[in-house]
Design a protein. Sequence first.
Length: 294
Amino acid sequence: MILSIASGKGGTGKTTVSAALTSIWPRKRLAMDLDVEAPNLHLFLGPEISGRRKSMIEVPRIDLEKCTYCGQCAELCQFKAISVMGEVILTFPEMCHGCGGCFDICPAGAVLADERELGEIAWGKGDGFDFMMGRLRIGEAMSPPLMRDVKALGDEMIASDPADVIIDSPPGVSCPAVNAVMDSDVIFLVTEPTPFGVYDLKLAHQSFKPIGKPMGVVVNRAGLGDESLYDYCREQNLPILSEIPYRRDIAEAYSSGRLISDLSEDLRKQFIDLARQAIKMAGETAAPEVPHHA
Ligand code: SF4
Ligand code: SF4
């Protein structure tokens, strides 16, 4: 199964929840950090990185000897990455999304392949889990193609060695966030009971609803704010799966990069229960015994 941990805004505790769930997950798992603009799951999980590779995207370069300036490539490109004006053709590789359309449509075979570096993919292992992350190159604007590359590598890994996947998704509700959660079996929305948290939870809930996957809410810093979060979840039949209390020791663990599931037996049990709920929401009834976390 694939579980995505998402949130309508940054700073809600999404990565804290992803890391804690990874540490107690009762089955074989791959922790995948798709928050490629600011990946930090590794800071909590401390995996040993065993491999890295660059992630590249194919972008067009025009063979001016062959180009007839027909303009079909510019007309096709939805991202304005090619422009044809009379007998001048310009390409803007930074705007290319790598869809490949211009390569296919050119009747003169004038579109040649160049590459642009998107970022890096790193992988390795931690205490009982596999790990993978993407990191967007500084200055690169397009994260979805890098995220697709990370996911494709993850798919290869679990095809040869099956495992559940726990995805730390990018915050927000734009294209990268939707890309991260769209193949999931279950989506957890992490929020806090403040007016900002409720507002962004509504956006995330409404944006991901059309994907049609089971969703549930994890309330972080429970005890803050007011009742509006609970009212919204009740109205929407959106289950609240777990509430992480607003406590100083939890905030200190988070700020020093420690797993909050290691703080107390109660918190550990709370995350084990959350993992079991995720497995059940994915329609997988039997969760094997939970190994004791070292
Ligand atoms: S489609 Fe091919 S021939 Fe036409 S303008 Fe583009 S590169 Fe040139
Ligand atoms: S590959 Fe797609 S996005 Fe990139 S320039 Fe060609 S048509 Fe545009």
